[in-house]
Design a binder for this molecule. Structure first.
Ligand code: TMP
Length: 240
């Protein structure tokens, strides 16, 4: 049923689906990149872990009434999704200061943001994904003013659900990145992935970093950390 390759990104390949023009197959790769592709490596098993973790997260969001492009997981590394045109915005929600905001604004790591912050970055590799404001987003993309509000409100709603989900697994959701896409009828839905590649997760007890920062900052074995996240999510969702 998988058709020809539509697009290859840094972490996933996207395929058409034969006879289903409104669906795509996402195939998760073992590649890891950071700092806009300047740091690269491959980790056997990473594609499987991100596919399974993302699938669990999107299934949970669906149970909470939040739809996304996700249809179902097909096998260890692939999932079926509704075809969308990705809006070139990275929507970042921050609960706790970490990463680029500490460097850009001189805020100490671990400072708490209450209410959480929502930021937009323009998804354009050649420009290194610069941070932009609402007016820039209106100019650079096809989103309308009310759609910007919808995206921000949805991102904050997703934050509340994800904070709960990860808390049940003993993890603090520090920040994360979302992408939205348009279905054929123009409706905007949550798309892309939600995995330890796109979230910062800290162990609630030890404060240990359990996400792609392990790779970015050379803190240890990425695969055992991602395996641990999947295990915690499985224990938590099976117990219910
Ligand atoms: P940042 O602190 O580097 O701006 O990252 C904020 C969050 O967004 C963090 O959880 C990692 C995630 N992120 C991505 O998923 N993709 C990216 O390209 C970047 C820069 C960040």
């Amino acid at each position: 049923m998988k058709g020809s390759l539509l697009y290859e990104g840094k972490a996933k390949k996207v395929y058409y689906v034969e006879n289903e023009p409104e669906q795509l197959v996402l195939s998760y790769k073992n590649d890891a990149t950071a700092f806009n592709g300047k740091k690269k490596d491959q980790f056997e098993g990473k594609g499987r872990l991100n596919n399974l973790i993302t699938s669990k997260v999107f299934e949970y969001l669906k149970q909470q009434g939040l739809s996304s492009h996700f249809i179902k997981s097909l096998n260890d590394t692939e999932q079926l999704v509704s075809k969308t045109t990705i809006i070139p915005l990275e929507v970042v929600v921050r609960n706790v200061a970490a990463g680029s905001i500490t460097r850009r604004l001189g805020i100490k790591e671990k400072e708490i943001f209450s209410p959480p912050l929502v930021e937009f970055y323009y998804k354009e590799d050649e420009l290194d994904d610069p941070i932009i404001n609402d007016q820039h987003a209106l100019y650079l993309t096809d989103v309308k003013e009310e759609e910007i509000q919808f995206i921000k409100e949805t991102a904050l709603k997703i934050n509340e659900h994800l904070k709960d989900l990860f808390k049940q697994s003993g993890l603090k959701l520090v920040d994360f990145k979302l992408e939205f896409g348009r279905l054929a009828d123009g409706t905007i839905v949550l798309a892309d992935e939600i995995s330890p590649d796109t979230c910062r997760l800290w162990d609630e007890n030890t404060g240990e970093k359990m996400d792609k920062d392990v790779f970015r900052e050379n803190l240890g074995d990425l695969i055992s950390v991602y395996e641990n996240i999947l295990q915690r999510l499985e224990e938590n969702t099976c117990a219910k």
